[in-house]
Design a protein. Structure first.
Length: 148
């Protein structure tokens, strides 16, 4: 077993980061939180269709579907889901590249998809769903035994 020693000045920072990450992760995983939202993309009759549902199976009706700007702020709104949680998307005017697609069903009800667009079409085999818990991995800090 290897033991890593951190300078005394860094120990309070490490403790704070560890506690913050643990509290944040516990808050996200708690059953009292709102239902998660899950989305899927598919082509039907040549049109790209997004369908989104809450974790309890109910459709996420009225959710705003948008592309995010590179800085993470809301960008182009592509539409809103109907009563069945579905919306058809037209990406013909979108330049080739990778985009973050946000499905916003309100506070605590967001899904993010990393979509590659080429000639106005999404390459479905390369779509990546980015759950918030994976975004938090960078916050997790491993605390080692003190070396005094």
């Amino acid at each position: 077993m290897s033991v890593t020693c951190y300078p005394a000045a860094m120990r309070p920072l490490l403790a704070f980061l560890t506690l913050s990450a643990a509290c944040l992760a516990a808050g996200i995983a708690s059953p009292g939180q709102a239902h998660q939202i899950e989305s899927a993309l598919q082509y039907l009759d040549g049109d790209l269709e997004l369908s989104t549902r809450f974790s309890n199976g109910e459709p996420a009706s009225g959710a705003v579907v948008r592309l995010l700007n590179p800085d993470g702020t809301p960008g182009v709104e592509l539409g809103r889901t109907d009563a069945d949680g579905q919306v058809r998307l037209d990406l013909q005017a979108i330049e080739d590249g990778r985009y973050d697609l946000q499905v916003d069903g309100g506070p605590g009800h967001r899904d993010y998809l990393d979509i590659p667009v080429q000639q106005g079409r999404v390459r479905l085999d390369e779509v990546v769903q980015a759950p918030l818990t994976l975004m938090l991995v960078g916050l997790l800090v491993s605390v080692r035994r003190r070396c005094d």
